[in-house]
Ligand binder design. Structure first.
Ligand code: FRU
Length: 525
């Protein structure tokens, strides 16, 4: 939940105070201005990431694919640019790149606000919601009863369902909600449901404060507890939220991956997403690694509450993911007007056998290549003096291979800068085997002292004498996919003017060759 609310009373107070402040400062509701030249042109407005036209957004919810459309729902407060009573906003895309905004899908009701959850295409009509051969889409979500919380109860989060018979355009809330009442656990939320073929049952992964519970159901209406996982496993610096459970195959073997977002207690501070690799028998998840193993999906500070799409056709076969590109430490105070928060780029997940063990790799979806407008071949040498790459612009994609002789001393630096002396840089240290984003000089940080920082990641799958980076720069974000996505960093920032030049250097003066492609990107809006 908004972690801000449930995890600490002071955060709740902060949220309420900001609500009071922003109530006077609320931007006008989104209008149909899609054809005006200033549409999506506000300062810091991402140009190829998903953002709502106006107002507050957090977690992605209920993503499913059907008949050529990728659906994205999201935690949405349509009356302000800070968190408030949650609705499910809705958008669709045919290519995971261009999005069409649709009306709000779910509104708070007598059982509470609509918190995070998932949606499934009920092909076998197990729910019985389909009439005369219709295939229902069923959304499963948490309802948060604010009155119950204020009254000091502990059972104010329950799981409810709603269904759509018109490809997600309109939703009917089930009249016998909640389908899963609260057994007395304050943090009892974010149901992610999947069909488990072997047991012919629906399986729900649910975040329960410091562990995940797996519930099973034949019809999405009656739920039975299968097992619990995680009280003694992984990171526990905060509340567990937004789980996802899915299979991935590597070298012909299928493993189960369990995502758990955690706030605070993320690897580089605040919100973060950890994962476990193991087996799942339809009721019980067994961790392959030792309980103290901590695996992180993304080492940047701005990829939270991410989950995967359901119902991707077998002929496609991808496991597609999107995350919320922010962090509860500052999400509500970042310096944007009109809207707050963006999603990460959609990513394809895979399981890879790295020298360190089985790891989840993330790669930007290939559909994004439709945004490329200019392409420039890059072939240069970097040393002590920063060397500009032969491409400029505020929307860039770089696919780069770096090579050097022997071991690389000091840092390899890829720096994105503007004419005001502000910059964000990616640094690779070959002896420490770390890849970092440094946003200490990336513009406005006045809104939150802890925003400033360098965020390091252990580089997974190191190769001697070389490094590969796939980097996306948008107006206010950088996403770095290294070594085919084995190590990922996602950070946001708010520069005084756009970063438009990219330079490469080494702190030791050692020579590095840089080869690859640079692409100027088009806006998706
Ligand atoms: C995660 C989260 C979820 C909750 C939602 C409320 O960011 O706190 O646990 O359902 O946000 O908006």
């Amino acid at each position: 939940m908004p972690a801000p609310i449930l995890t600490s009373p002071s955060r709740w107070l902060l949220t309420m105070l900001s609500l009071a402040v922003f109530a006077c400062n609320t931007p006008p509701p989104a209008t149909d201005q899609a054809n005006t030249s200033d549409y999506y042109q506000e300062k810091h407005r991402p140009q190829y990431h998903f953002t709502p036209e106006a107002h507050w957004m957090n977690d992605p919810n209920g993503m499913f694919y059907l008949d050529g459309e990728y659906h994205l729902f999201y935690q949405y407060y349509p009356d302000s640019t800070v968190w408030g009573p949650m609705h499910w906003g809705h958008a669709i895309s045919k290519d995971l790149t261009h999005w069409e905004h649709l009306p709000i899908a779910l509104y708070p009701d007598s059982l509470g606000m609509i918190f995070s959850g998932s949606a499934v295409v009920d092909t076998k009509n197990t729910s019985g919601f389909g009439k005369a051969g219709q295939t229902p889409i069923v959304a499963i979500f948490t309802q948060h009863d604010m009155a119950g919380e204020k009254a000091g109860k502990s059972d104010f989060q329950t799981q409810s369902i709603a269904y759509s018979l018109d490809k997600g355009r309109t939703w009917t809330v089930y009249d016998q909600n909640p389908v899963l009442p609260n057994p007395g656990i304050r943090d009892f939320r974010d149901p992610k449901v999947m069909w488990h073929e072997a047991s012919a049952r629906w399986v729900m992964a649910l975040a329960c404060q410091d562990h995940i519970r797996f519930y099973t159901s034949p019809d999405l209406k009656k739920w039975e507890l299968g097992s619990e996982f995680g009280k003694q496993s992984g990171a526990h610096g905060g509340v567990w939220e937004c789980p996802d459970l899915f299979p991935l195959t590597v070298d012909g073997e299928t493993h189960w991956v369990l995502f758990v977002s955690i706030n605070p207690g993320g690897v580089n501070g605040g919100s973060g997403t950890q994962y476990f690799v193991g087996d799942f028998d339809g009721k019980k998840f067994t961790n392959t690694n030792t309980p103290d193993t901590q695996l992180w999906l993304d080492y940047g500070r701005d990829n939270y509450a991410g989950v995967t799409w359901s119902n991707i056709p077998a002929s496609d076969g991808r496991r597609l993911f999107i995350g919320w590109m922010s962090n509860w430490n500052y999400a509500q105070v970042v310096p944007t007007t009109v809207w707050r928060s963006a999603m990460t780029l959609p990513r394809t997940l895979s399981l890879v056998q790295a020298p360190e063990g089985l790891r989840v790799a993330s790669q930007p979806v290939q559909e994004l290549s439709v945004l490329r407008k200019d392409s420039v071949a890059i072939n240069l040498e970097g040393g002590k003096a920063p060397k500009a790459l032969p491409i400029t612009g505020s929307l860039l994609e770089l696919v780069l291979d770096f090579d050097w002789e022997g071991s690389l001393k000091g840092d390899l630096v890829l720096k994105f800068e503007n004419s005001q002396g502000e910059y964000v840089q990616v640094m690779y240290n070959d002896s420490l085997v770390t890849l970092s984003i440094d946003r200490t000089a990336a513009g406005d940080m006045s809104f939150e002292p802890g925003f400033k920082g360098v965020h390091p990641a252990p580089l997974i799958g190191k190769t001697e004498g070389s490094l590969s980076l796939h980097v996306f720069l948008d107006k206010s974000s950088l996403e770095v996919f290294s070594q085919e996505g084995k190590t990922v960093l996602t950070d946001i920032f708010f520069p005084g003017e756009d970063f438009t030049t990219v330079k490469c250097s080494t702190t030791s003066g050692q020579t590095v060759t840089v080869k690859g492609m640079g692409y100027g990107l088009k806006s998706a809006w």
